[in-house]
Design a protein around this ligand. Structure first.
Ligand code: G3P
Ligand code: CA
Length: 241
């Protein structure tokens, strides 16, 4: 079972920062999950919430800041000085770093609340620029974003993100839309749904797994990946198995 660091090593370090990504890489995990959005001036940035308020010392919506304005905010604000200043990364800076790493990246297109025109095009362009096509897969709660990714690059690997309720016929659903993976929250997932995915040739990557009892169950059901805030703990557990 593959282990993906959710927003980097977010259990210990400021989420979606280069620090969290570099610390995740040190754990030997298989990959990193991150979230992308667009600034007012059309830059692809790595941040989870549509507003900067929870994770930074600023206030307002990502889409209303230029990147220059956004770059002044401290994304380590929740840690009260422990990690000093950590900027909100440009996705391009992440790509530059990831090109030299033996890691895959799960890029979540955050188009569920605001639909960012051209986020898909700009994200794929950067992936191509840094030769990361074989080392990334895409996910989104907005499945139309994934269909757009497939139009732009039919070879791109895409996973349908679902909240914990999920969908019972996930395997058929994903296959029907040409998506390669199902990314449900773990709470509503059943063995039957996992079996349905396997029968349809669909991978199952589950979020957010911070409990080794849940991880054990998912492994028994034959899930392919776990997205976790604690890649170090999960990776150790998987390796011991
Ligand atoms: O990709 C899994 C997970 O990241 C989806 O939820 O809200 O943490 O982006 P969220
Ligand atoms: Ca995410």
């Amino acid at each position: 079972m593959k282990v993906y660091a959710h927003r980097g090593y977010s259990g210990k370090y400021p989420e979606n920062t280069m620090l969290a990504f570099k610390e995740a890489a040190k754990t030997g995990c298989d990959g990193i999950e991150l979230d992308v959005q667009l600034t007012k001036d059309g830059k692809v940035v790595v941040i989870h919430d549509e507003a900067v308020d929870r994770t930074t010392d600023g206030s307002g919506k990502v889409k209303d800041f230029t990147y220059q304005e956004l770059a002044r905010l401290n994304a380590a604000n929740l840690y009260e000085g422990k990690y000093g200043f950590c900027g909100i990364p440009l996705f391009e800076d992440y790509c530059k770093w990831a090109a030299g790493q033996d890691l895959v990246t799960n890029i979540e297109l955050k188009t569920g609340v605001y639909y960012y025109e051209e986020l898909e095009e700009k994200t794929l362009e950067l992936v191509r620029k840094y030769g990361l096509e074989e080392k990334v897969f895409y996910s989104s709660f907005n499945h139309l974003s994934l269909l757009k990714v497939k139009e732009l690059d039919p070879q791109a690997v895409c996973g349908a993100l679902l909240e914990h309720t999920g969908i019972g016929n996930a395997g058929y659903y994903c296959r029907r839309f040409g998506l390669q993976a199902y990314h449900p929250g773990y709470k509503g997932l059943t063995e039957e749904t996992v079996r349905g995915c396997r029968e349809n040739g669909i991978q199952v990557n589950v979020w957010t797994i911070n409990d080794m009892g849940v991880l054990e169950q998912l492994e028994e059901w034959g899930c392919d990946g776990a997205i976790t805030n604690y890649p170090e703990v999960c990776k150790r557990w998987v390796d011991r198995r």
